[in-house]
Design a protein around this ligand. Sequence first.
Ligand SMILES: [Zn+2]
Length: 350
Amino acid sequence: MSSGSLSITLRRPDDMHLHVRDGESLRAVLPFTAARFARALIMPNLKPAVSTAEQALSYRRRILDALPAGTRFEPLMTLYLTDRTDPAEVDRARASGCIVGFKLYPAGATTHSDAGVTDIRRVDAVLARMQETGLVLEVHGEVTDPRVDIFERESRFIDTVLAPLAERFPRLRIVFEHITSRAAVRFVLSAREGIAATLTPQHLLMNRNALFAGGLRPHHYCLPVLKSEADREALLGVIASGDPRFFLGTDSAPHGRAAKEAACGCAGIFSAHAGLELYAEAFEAAGALERLEAFASAYGADFYGLPRNEGRIRLVKTDWDVPASYPFGADVLIPLRAGERIAWRIEEPA
Ligand SMILES: [Zn+2]
């Protein structure tokens, strides 16, 4: 431990919601995650979407090939659910040994989700098979109807899609991804067994004012969009309570600067450069630093039925300056807190 600074040592954590893209972009961002997390659940929204076990296995191979030499990191895979997904794909996924779920994107919900599901009932046979085999459904929980207010899309999704779905498939294991609102917290707390949620650093650390602080802030734009301070307080409340149904999923989503700073900028916040450190800030602010380890390193693994990781990682309370950008192929990436400071940094335990 460095002289006098506060530090905590955690079991090596898992990021249960991560976008790493492909090709050069993959090689640019993956080392940040591999330096912190032993495993991550890799989102399948490439173009074309990763919708079959065969595609996921080849994507997994590309991820392993992109790791810096000597790095140990395990990508956990999930398949992109589409209207045309064959129920037999569930069995192929199960047999693969490294695919842990299917991701539901309502069609049009976010980056590259146009291949998503147009009506949840169209995939009933797939969901029934998942329920049988124990694969997890990861849900982007927003309706996509443009008439619904953007700040209400998550709560509307709960009422019209998620709650009925959880009842129709009473044994289906579901992760409500990147929850943002009081309504989502309430839903998970009162839900039947087998329903959990991931929380991102941005939704714990910022409210929607961050989108408009002194001007339009495209690097704070993600989906689901940042919500009110009361919503953020509800999220901080559950992490402080140590409830095992809520665990870490950064939703780090890299886009080049040109795609973010545009007349119609992409949704997504890149946070992998500080994917654990930002949570330490949030837990410290919530007065719950002692709860961070279980949130980051136990509850997600437990929900997915995976062994907890063996290694350790240390977080030291020492400020560091976040670079203004990181290389990202031919473009650059603007990270969360670019040009500002983060209060915690990581260290391998001595
Ligand atoms: Zn995501």
